[in-house]
Every structure is written in structure tokens, then in C-alpha cells.
Design a protein. Structure first.
Length: 253
């Protein structure tokens, strides 16, 4: 009888392990599909994710190869690229209406800030996210995927070790500068939480603000050098236009 009980307990333990692994595998695929389906709908640009892994036992997860493309009209290949992002969450909350994420850490993101002096690629993506969430205009939000209704709480969001590639649309020579560390806390606190679209909006807004400040200094440096030695200029009129644009961008900050 004792052997039977031990055998049953072992079988149950193995079954639990198999179920946890199966659920984790399903969630990994669901996260990747969610990012690549909802991402383009909200940002209006290409969004890809190489892989996602989530352990329900430890509550830890990792995203690899996040790629956010650029809006139409911009020449650079991407707006944001993240090699690795790690997260820690409350495992039991995955199956509730509100997922509680203790921390998210984006390591060494590559951010492109491309401007034509009328706007920039990041502000365009932010405007698309603003429209998707209803923005501050009081207009109704655009329809979102059904799964986007799940709410989130993010206690700590850290972006560290990033670089900004500052680029002028009319030129073909970007300038790379460090992206200041970005630390966001207490996102989605309270019973209502925050949607994935709202979280993306807050994060992109912080990235755009810090990237713009870092890029403006770099682009202003080009103005001081008279934009000499840069390629892609066709004539003196274009040079003068770009120089004035950089000067105007610098004065705004």
C-alpha cells in the first residue's frame, strides 16, 4: 500500500511538472504572438520578437531580439532594437485579470532618433500610440486586440546602457551618443492597472524625451562644425536649410 501511495505521489509530481512546462511553453508562444500582433496595430510600424521565455516556477522571464521599425518616410532601418530584456513577475497573477510584474529591465537598447526638423520617428510612433489609447484629446481609443484588455502592474521599469543614433533625414551620417538611464516606477498601481498599450506609451514617451535631449546636443555639435565633411548634401541651399534646422532644434531644448 505504501509503495502504491508513493507511486501515485511521484506520478502526480511528474504530471504537475509536465503541466507547468506545457503552460510555460504555451505562454512563451503567446507572448511572442501578442507582441508581433498587437505591436504593429498600436504603433503602426513593424514589430518583431525573436523569442520569449517565461518560468511559472520562478516568475522570471526573458525577451530576446525586440525590433521596432520606423514609420513611413524615415530612412533609418529601425527606431528601437533591444537584444535582451528580463522581467520578474508574480506567477499566480498570470491567470488573473491583472498581471503583476515586479521588474522589467531593458539592457543596452539601440535607439534611433531621426529628425527632418518637422518631427522625428519616435514622436510619430508616440502619436500612433496616443491615438490607440485615446490620448488626451478625449477621442475614443482605436479598437485593440481582445487580449489587450488584460491589465498590468509594473513596479519597476529600468532602461540602462542604451545608445542613441542621432540622424538627420537628409544626411547619411548618424552620430551616436549614450542614452541616459531611464527609471520608471509604480506603473499601473491600483485596481484598474494599465493596459499594454498604455504601458508602451509611457515607455516610448520616456525614451523619446531622453533620446531627443541626447540627440539634440549631438546634432547641435554638427552645427558648430558647419556640417563640414558630411555626405548626402546636394548644394549650398540644402546645407543652409539643414544648418538652420539644427539651430532651431537646439533652441527648442
Amino acid at each position: 500500500m505504501k509503495k502504491i501511495i508513493i507511486g501515485v505521489l511521484i506520478a502526480l509530481a511528474l504530471l504537475i511538472v509536465v503541466l507547468v512546462l506545457a503552460v510555460s511553453f504555451f505562454l512563451d508562444g503567446a507572448v511572442k504572438r501578442g507582441v508581433e500582433t498587437a505591436g504593429p496595430m498600436l504603433t503602426k510600424v513593424q514589430v518583431k520578437l525573436d523569442s520569449a521565455s517565461l518560468s511559472l516556477l520562478s516568475g522570471s522571464g526573458k525577451l530576446k531580439g525586440l525590433f521596432v521599425g520606423n514609420p513611413e518616410g524615415y530612412k533609418t532601418s529601425s527606431a528601437i532594437e533591444v537584444g535582451t530584456a528580463s522581467l520578474s513577475l508574480k506567477p499566480s497573477s498570470v491567470f488573473s485579470d491583472k498581471v503583476i510584474i515586479h521588474s522589467i529591465r531593458l539592457e543596452a537598447p539601440q535607439v534611433t532618433y531621426e529628425t527632418d526638423f518637422k518631427g522625428n520617428n519616435l514622436s510619430k510612433i508616440l502619436a500612433n500610440l496616443d491615438a490607440a489609447t485615446g490620448g488626451s484629446s478625449g477621442q475614443p481609443a482605436q479598437p485593440q486586440p481582445a487580449k489587450a484588455s488584460k491589465k498590468l502592474q509594473v513596479d519597476d521599469f529600468l532602461i540602462t546602457g542604451g545608445m542613441v543614433r542621432a540622424s538627420i533625414t537628409a544626411l547619411n551620417q548618424p552620430v551616436t551618443v549614450p542614452l541616459p538611464e531611464i527609471h520608471l516606477t509604480d506603473l499601473g498601481q491600483g485596481p484598474d492597472g494599465i493596459t499594454a498599450a498604455e504601458l508602451a506609451k509611457v515607455v516610448v514617451q520616456a525614451i523619446e524625451k531622453n533620446a531627443a535631449q541626447a540627440a539634440t546636443s549631438a546634432l547641435a555639435g554638427l552645427q558648430k562644425q558647419g556640417l563640414q565633411g558630411l555626405t548626402g548634401l546636394t548644394n549650398a541651399t540644402e546645407l543652409d536649410s539643414i544648418s538652420k534646422g539644427v539651430g532651431g532644434l537646439f533652441k527648442k531644448k
